[in-house]
Ligand binder design. Structure first.
Ligand SMILES: O=P(O)(O)O[C@@H]1C[C@H](O)[C@@H](CO)O1
Ligand SMILES: Nc1nc2[nH]cnc2c(=O)[nH]1
Length: 288
């Protein structure tokens, strides 16, 4: 039998209704934790957690550093839902499955989504530990012919041809940069994230090529979630933690690895947590 090609509106609704029936929380902000950044989920007050394997229709997390728990609770006074672990294309999931939770959050009443990730720095001025506010992306997987919106368009979520030029909310970007300034961070950057399929890290020639194209950081996630979130009208904030410098030099002996990515996430966890909490304190959804 051929693999299921997409998911019906009723299946998203079934998951959303199930979650709403099991929790008293009514989140307005969703947070997706990138590799090694799951600590963000622990910040939620009055929390209630579900393992992904217990949620109807939810995929399973298979990557170290992605716990596979959905946590509801309040952060800086805002009702939130937090994915402690996301799904990636390289895990073998079709893109409609990778992005499944985004539509569920929309149906639950979520209005804004904060997508975090671990990324390799292509911009030569970036250092490990820098925090990049994503202002735009290059969707390489999309260029290769894979898009979570392929197939029948479900008009109840959004239009057939959604724009992407305004995907990353300008006001939320400014608010995050202002929060960084207020905290005295001197490692805040703004830039373009390039999403690849993974799971291998890039060759030197690929890094040079992506940098020439205008990408400041490279990763294996986020862009698909952004496409689906923009389609259904969520306001989007993207944050990349630079966990390693992309190898751009043939004399370098360094090779990227996941352990280093997770360690860099651990080292910067407290900064990221303070930043996101401060951002949420300042966030007024009527003004962004
Ligand atoms: O989920 P994110 O994008 O943070 O994870 C990045 C990309 C790969 O999954 C992994 C590589 O170390 O980290
Ligand atoms: N593709 C890719 N993903 C990453 N995630 C964290 N670092 C990297 C990297 O250098 N390349």
């Amino acid at each position: 039998m051929s693999e299921k090609e997409s998911c019906t509106y009723e299946e998203y609704k079934q998951t959303s209704d199930w979650l709403l029936s099991k929790t008293k929380h009514r989140p307005i902000v969703a947070i997706v934790c990138g590799s090694g950044l799951g600590g963000l989920g622990e910040l939620l007050k009055d929390q209630q957690a579900f393992n992904y394997c217990d949620i109807p229709n939810f995929p399973k997390s298979t990557v170290p550093g992605h716990a596979g728990r959905l946590i509801f609770g309040n952060l800086s006074g805002k009702p939130c839902v937090c994915m402690q672990g996301r799904f990636h294309f390289y895990e073998g999931y079709p893109l409609w499955k990778v992005t499944f939770p985004v539509r569920v959050f929309h149906l639950m009443g979520v209005e804004a989504i904060i997508l975090t990730n671990a990324a390799g720095g292509l911009n030569q001025e970036f250092s490990v530990g820098d925090i990049m506010v994503i202002k735009d992306h290059i969707n390489m997987v999309g260029f290769a012919g894979q898009n979570p919106l392929f197939g029948h368009n479900e008009d109840r979520f959004g239009p057939r041809f959604p724009p992407m030029s305004d995907a990353y909310n300008k006001n939320m970007r400014s608010l995050l940069l202002a929060a960084g300034k207020e905290l005295g961070y001197n490692n805040m950057r703004e830039g373009v994230y390039c999403g690849l399929g993974g799971p291998n890290f890039e060759t030197i020639a690929e890094c040079r090529f992506l940098n020439k194209l205008g990408a400041d950081a490279v990763g294996m996630s986020t862009v698909h979630e952004v496409v689906v979130a923009r389609h259904c009208g969520l306001r989007i904030l993207g944050i990349s933690l630079i966990t390693n410098k992309a190898v751009m030099d043939y004399d370098s002996n360094f090779t990227a690895n996941h352990e280093e990515v997770l360690q860099a996430g651990k080292d910067s966890a407290k900064y990221m947590e303070k930043l996101v909490s401060t951002f949420l304190q300042r966030l007024d959804l009527n003004k962004v």
